[in-house]
Design a protein around this ligand. Structure first.
Ligand code: SAM
Ligand code: SF4
Length: 343
């Protein structure tokens, strides 16, 4: 094993290929979240301020070819799984063509998409045909008026129609994510959970992270997961479940007896997942961030556009991956919104 600057380490196998690149805490990096845009057709209250966002200049945003090149260079170092996110990735033209380019990289075994779901009825079949495996969709309410209030946009979004379109296209698993906010949408937790009785979907409840420039949301809007699970258990006892066959990440899963789908909880506020964190993030303008929170990032775009190798920069980034995040100190490294780093 070679020691690189005394921190990030890699190994070379007998065949001469690079094995997993590991950070100084032994975590290997096999999962990359790729933000393809910082823009969005929604303005969710928990994610972005309604006004005042400074969008990246178009020239700064990585092309599909540039994103593919980053993944091609990371793949021999252990990268296996990708998530395309944003902002809203489906507002980038021909997003399925990016999926096709990434799918052609042999080491990549899993490609997922995070979306607000608005465009899924139109493009789910195209995405699947291009090689997308699975999808996560934000569903913060089932009520049209409330969706428009939370998203601060009325685009006629129908979550059940979009999830059905994803499922019918063959995307599997289909996960529906609700950011639970006390007094705003927490009265719909039971309705969302009941979707799993008839549909083979995975409904996941995310603890609100009151970070960034969210003037109207505070800790008082956070609903602890234990409280939420107690409410669902009162309807019928939940049994622990393995969850979906692929992409379990940091969620814990449960199931009601004979339900078609599962119920998951993601608890960034009351637990941290840092010890097992195997993910890094590529921002839309080509910075590699090794933690969602804090200022741990390296610019890849300059080297990429100069045709220089990226590996030294990957190593530099990994050497600085923090042991755990600084969320509880409420720092997100000067960002106004999680949409700027892909959530
Ligand atoms: N536009 C896509 C979507 O809505 O799924 C992808 C990007 S969005 C930034 C990624 C994830 O971040 C979504 O699941 C969203 O619910 C989550 N998210 C954004 N702000 C959050 C916050 N303050 N607390 C918890 N989750 C948040
Ligand atoms: Fe857009 Fe997703 Fe953020 Fe909502 S959560 S504003 S859909 S990026």
């Amino acid at each position: 094993m070679s020691d690189l600057n005394g921190t990030a380490q890699s190994t070379t196998s007998d065949s001469g290929e690079f094995a997993a690149l590991r950070d100084q805490f032994g975590r290997s990096i096999e999962y990359l979240r790729i933000s393809v845009t910082d823009r969005c057709n929604f303005r969710c209250v928990y994610c972005m301020p309604e006004t005042g966002m400074q969008w990246l200049p178009k020239a700064d945003i990585l092309s599909y070819e540039e994103i593919t090149e980053v993944v091609r260079q990371l793949a021999p170092l252990g990268l296996r799984r990708l998530r395309i996110t944003g902002g809203e990735p489906t507002i980038r033209p021909q997003i399925h063509e990016l999926v096709r380019m990434l799918r052609a990289i042999p080491e990549i075994t899993d490609i997922a998409l995070s979306t607000n779901g608005v465009r899924l009825p139109a493009i789910a079949p195209l995405l699947r045909e291009a090689g997308l495996d699975r999808v996560n969709m934000s569903v913060d309410s089932l009520r049209a008026d409330r969706i428009a209030t939370i998203a601060r946009r009325d685009l006629g979004f129908d979550p059940v129609r979009s999830a059905t379109a994803a499922h019918d296209a063959g995307l599997d698993p289909v996960k529906l994510n609700m950011v639970v906010m006390r007094g705003i949408n927490d009265d719909e937790v039971e309705d969302l959970a009941r979707l799993t009785l008839a549909h083979p979907w995975h409904v996941r409840f995310i603890e609100l992270m009151p970070v960034g420039d969210l003037r109207s949301l505070t800790w008082s809007h956070v609903v602890p997961t234990d409280e939420l699970l107690a409410r669902l258990n009162a309807i019928a006892p939940l049994a622990p479940s393995e969850g979906p066959s692929r992409g379990n990440g940091p969620a814990a899963y449960y199931r009601w007896p004979s339900a078609a789908g599962t119920i998951g909880v993601i608890t960034p506020m009351t637990h941290t997942y840092c010890a097992s964190c195997n993910r890094v993030r590529l921002t839309a303008d080509g910075r590699l961030r090794t933690c969602l929170f804090g200022d741990h990032e390296v610019d890849l775009r300059t080297a990429l556009r100069a045709g220089e190798p990226l590996e030294p920069l990957f190593r530099q980034a990994l050497a600085n991956k923090p042991k755990e995040h600084e969320l509880l100190q409420m720092r997100i490294g000067g960002l106004k919104a999680l949409s700027q780093v892909g959530g």
